[in-house]
Design a protein around this ligand. Structure first.
Ligand code: ADP
Ligand code: ASP
Ligand code: MG
Length: 402
């Protein structure tokens, strides 16, 4: 007996039969004597479809209106799941983000949760109801609906688990755990029984969309153990926690992030303060910069190249071009790039990791455009057309071909 938070992603609630399947999992947990809070995402590709509808009308739609639109998907799922639970003979109540007490900041489309007023959820649990909460959404201080960024339902679930001090937080999805690479793309990817918060955070940030990176950050902060588990195949999943069995692995996983855009500022004056002014301008616009490369100055000029998420690329180019000192320097954007990364705490003490990765790419004749490293990851930027081949080759170099 305890309090369990269960989150179900879009594919787990994609149609009526899947919704009934989720209702069965949830009510089985409830029948076993637990209090249950369920967090659900929009059905199937609903969020993508809503975004496509907006683009047809206004590709530069205000982010506030995008949030109003995108939050509609989860509203459908919570109502359908609650009906499904009632059909199985159990009491359920659906709550939108604001009804569940999610207060966020006002950064529309990637809002951060400031606090959760859990009184309504607790009330409903006291009345022995299964509480079904819309993931991915909240409300800001102006009473406007906000969304938490793509994949944000994972964060909603972890936030509820942390606020209610839940005994378990299970993230149900369409694969049965976290693998050494995307199991849909890499045939011989291996399932991990455990992984640390830090490694999972890197994997998630670098493109393994199985968990949203903010959810992992929050799970680490509040020490919420997560289980990533299949909604269709009832076998143990992957535990995400503070310490994990190493399983003799130097590298834990290989990821691809194709949503990167490379921006080069070519021929800017080689004087102090240029990098400061460019990156503070981008920070002021809430644009996250990833890999940065600056060339050695020559003939009084230098080049600064950096990557941003493709959604921010147009705004980033505009922001840099607006800087008064840019003058004759050229700002060039290239979206046909992908970032490939290897992640693992073990690599800290093994100097050969980078060369193994680079050799695998060389053997495939793949050119590296940028490199960035930290204690537990190595990332490289390459041409997007080579990305899947690169992931397969790098994965094979570290994990073999079976
Ligand atoms: P949900 O809709 O349940 O939130 P997502 O599509 O966001 O599901 O995440 C699950 C998907 O993540 C899987 O279908 C899989 O293709 C992908 N994925 C990418 N990298 C990994 C990985 N290392 N391990 C497991 N799944 C991964
Ligand atoms: N429905 C939202 C999305 O597609 C949130 C989520 O699935 O977690 O990004
Ligand atoms: Mg997801």
């Amino acid at each position: 007996m305890g309090l369990i938070v269960q989150k179900f992603g879009g594919s787990s609630v994609a149609n009526a039969q899947r919704v009934m399947n989720v209702a069965k999992i949830v009510t089985d947990t409830y029948k076993a004597g637990n209090d249950v809070v369920v967090v659900v995402s929009a059905q199937g590709d609903t969020t993508d479809d809503l975004i496509a509808k907006a683009k047809e009308i206004n590709p530069m739609a205000p982010k506030r209106e995008m949030d109003m639109l995108m939050s509609a998907g989860e509203q459908i799922s919570i109502a359908l799941l609650s009906m499904a639970i009632e059909k199985l003979g159990y009491p359920a109540i659906s709550l939108l983000g604001w009804q569940a007490g999610f207060l966020t900041n006002s950064v529309y489309s990637s809002a951060r949760i400031k606090k959760i007023d859990t009184s309504r959820i607790k009330n409903e649990l006291d009345n022995k109801r299964i509480v079904v909460v819309a993931g991915f959404q909240g409300i800001n201080k102006y009473d406007d609906v906000t969304t938490l960024g793509r994949g944000g339902s994972d964060t909603s679930a972890v936030a509820i688990a942390a606020s209610l001090n839940a005994d378990k937080c299970q993230i149900f999805t369409d694969v049965d755990g976290v693998y050494t690479a995307d199991p849909r793309k890499v045939k011989n990817a291996k399932k991990l029984s455990e992984i640390t918060y830090d490694e999972m955070l890197e994997l998630a940030t670098l493109g393994a969309q199985v968990l949203n990176n903010r959810s992992v950050e929050m799970a680490k902060k509040y020490n919420v153990e997560l289980e990533v588990i299949s909604s269709l195949n009832p076998i143990p999943g992957t535990m995400v926690k503070e310490t994990a069995k190493m399983e003799k692995m130097l590298v834990r996983g290989v990821t691809k992030d194709a949503d990167a855009s490379r921006i080069s500022v070519i021929g800017v004056n080689d004087v102090p303060g240029v990098a400061f002014k460019i990156f503070s301008k981008l920070a002021a616009k809430n644009i996250n910069v990833d890999i940065i490369l600056q060339s050695v100055g020559r003939d009084g000029t230098k080049d600064i190249t950096f990557t941003v998420g493709v959604d921010n690329a147009a705004e980033a180019v505009k922001a840099v071009e607006s800087l008064p000192f840019i003058g004759d320097a050229k700002v060039v954007r290239d979206d046909s790039v992908a970032k490939i990364s290897v992640v693992g705490a073990g690599m800290e003490t093994h100097p050969g990791t980078a060369s193994t990765m680079f050799e695998a790419l060389y053997n495939q004749d793949i050119n590296i455009q940028m490199i960035s490293t930290s204690e537990i990851k190595i990332s490289i930027l390459i041409d997007e057309k080579d990305a899947d081949k690169a992931v397969a080759a790098v994965h094979e170099a570290f994990f073999g071909s079976e």
